[in-house]
Design a protein around this ligand. Structure first.
Ligand SMILES: Nc1ncnc2c1ncn2[C@@H]1O[C@H](COP(=O)(O)OP(=O)(O)O)[C@@H](O)[C@H]1O
Ligand SMILES: [Mg+2]
Length: 300
């Protein structure tokens, strides 16, 4: 079952948070939703889960809106804000209360407690839990109904090193089982560990939606005394690039293609090197560009 978000817009009062976001999340892979704090990640997830109304557009699961799903937690498992869990309940009590409402067995409750590593702490109250333990319990709640679709909002927040390793393995298992998984984070470096696909949002829009490997892509560094000529050629070919003084960093082009392009246009090159950009750098560049773009837009 796919997650589909189409033409989503959301205003809070006269503040526009999302101004036209569309994407699809496919089964069998983990998709990261990444963007700076305040970019609107949680808002998108809350709209998906019918906790918030969109100003325009829609969001659904295989064509069915969340509110129309019968026994939604059996189809879509979500772990959003950990503060949604009643502090006075024990871990077991919290999961039992959800399970009881859906006719889910005690055995399943114990199984998911085991899977998230909270079996020995199941009689402890939520209020005594660390943030990492709360995240694990929240994730257990998402897993209870053994749904096809999983939505995790900043679930790595508060996990220690062992917790991160555990979460990563969980993501691998879910995608191997053909589940549809969407994980949000404000840190690309977190998602880089397990997301096969990333959707980058910023300035209310989708800045990139690509396979992680594709986004890393090929990067070539070029040195030339003919800066303006190279700028023209790269622009006319639609390549994304950065002009760092004498050096140009060009995305999506190999050195051989770059060299030929320069020769064809009579551009002198003083250097031509293959580079590999880190995902973190790609992300920073995307977000910075979007902020500059927004600054230009609003100054008009
Ligand atoms: N209920 C709300 N009322 C007013 N503004 C909100 C509300 N929820 C979120 N916002 C604003 O919308 C923006 C996006 O928030 P959010 O979706 O939480 O971003 P993210 O999860 O990417 O950090 C922020 O500027 C936030 O302050
Ligand atoms: Mg958020």
């Amino acid at each position: 079952m796919q997650i589909r978000v189409s033409g989503l817009r959301k205003n809070f009062g006269d503040k526009r948070v999302i101004s036209g976001i569309s994407f699809t999340v496919k089964p069998g892979q983990v998709t990261g939703l990444v963007g700076p704090n305040g970019a609107g990640k949680t808002t998108i997830l809350r709209i998906l889960l019918a906790l918030e109304f969109p100003t325009a557009g829609n969001a659904d699961f295989g064509g069915t809106a969340y509110a129309k799903l019968k026994d939604p937690i059996m189809h879509v498992g979500a772990a959003l804000d950990v503060d949604g869990m009643h502090p006075g309940l024990t871990a077991y009590g919290y999961l039992r209360s959800i399970a009881a409402a859906y006719g889910i067995s005690r055995k399943r409750v114990l199984d998911v407690l085991e899977q998230v590593g909270l079996r020995s702490a199941m009689q402890k109250r939520v209020e005594s839990f660390s943030l990492g333990m709360k995240q694990r319990l929240n994730i257990a709640g998402a897993m209870l109904g053994d749904p096809h679709v999983y939505i995790f909002d900043e679930s790595l927040n508060g996990l220690d090193v062992e917790g991160i390793t555990w979460f990563r393995r969980l993501m691998e298992n879910l995608s191997k089982d053909g589940k549809t998984v969407l994980v949000s984070s404000h840190q690309m470096s977190e998602l880089e560990l397990f997301a096969q696909r990333v959707i980058v949002i910023g300035g209310g829009r989708v800045l990139a939606d690509a396979m992680t490997s594709e986004l890393l892509g090929v990067v070539t560094s070029v040195m030339t005394p003919d800066s303006s000529k190279l700028t023209d050629v790269l622009t006319s070919h639609g390549y994304r690039f950065e002009d760092v003084g004498q050096e140009f960093v060009v995305y999506g082009v190999s050195p051989s293609v770059m060299g030929e392009l320069a020769a064809l246009n009579g551009i002198i090159l003083h250097g031509l090197t293959a580079k590999r950009s880190s995902l973190e750098n790609v992300y920073k560049r995307l977000v910075e560009n979007s902020l500059e773009f927004r600054a230009i837009e609003t100054s008009r």
